[in-house]
Design a protein around this ligand. Structure first.
Ligand code: AMP
Length: 179
């Protein structure tokens, strides 16, 4: 018997673990490892996402390092799309395109392979948490640079109080759970 979206949301909420003061004091880390370890819930969650994104012409699902990879891969296979990783600088072996963005302190650089997306391809961007939105915005810029079209930014969790959506103005954003 299939369960409703509300039941699924409650189940996923219960499984995600809050870890206070990780990786630094004052951060409440949303730990999805218990969810990944729970086959039944993960499977139901991937079915939900697959149903939402199937038949929308999406040809690539892009995962953001590192937890985004784990969500992007099963989803891509289910909807018949390819998988693309976006990684921190220096990790990808072939020629890359980069974007540098501001963090609270300092900057970070993300990279994608220059041939990862063909012009006009519809790309779904996936990650576990939308916090300030800086990371997701940088990834949208990478897709734009390669001539891809961001169909949607799909997040498992959105920390609404950090207003990450504002940074993604002009892009479609979906989050399964909001805090
Ligand atoms: P941001 O650029 O601020 O939206 O941060 C997003 C990235 O940082 C994502 O790749 C998340 O995995 C990670 N992240 C930020 N805040 C949290 C949090 N409270 N718990 C877990 N991961 C987080």
């Amino acid at each position: 018997m299939s369960i409703t979206e509300t039941e699924m949301t409650e189940r996923v909420k219960k499984i995600i673990r809050d870890v206070p003061d990780f990786p630094k004091p004052g951060i409440l880390f949303k730990d999805i490892m218990p969810l990944l370890a729970d086959h039944k819930t993960m499977s139901g969650l991937m079915d939900f996402f697959a149903e939402k994104y199937a038949n929308r012409g999406i040809t690539k699902v892009l995962g953001i390092e590192a937890r985004g990879f784990i969500l992007a891969a099963p989803l891509a296979l289910k909807i018949g799309a390819g998988i693309i990783p976006v990684r921190k600088k220096g990790k990808l072996p072939y020629r890359t395109v980069s974007v540098t963005y501001d963090l609270e302190y300092g900057q970070d650089t993300l990279q994608i392979h220059e041939d990862a997306i063909q012009k006009g391809e519809k790309v779904l961007i996936v990650d576990d948490v939308l916090a300030t939105g800086g990371t997701a915005r940088a990834v949208c810029q990478l897709v734009d640079k390669l001539g891809g079209s961001v169909e949607e930014v799909a997040m498992l969790i959105e920390l609404e109080f950090l207003k990450g959506r504002k940074k993604l103005d002009g892009y479609n954003v979906f989050s399964f759970i909001k805090y």
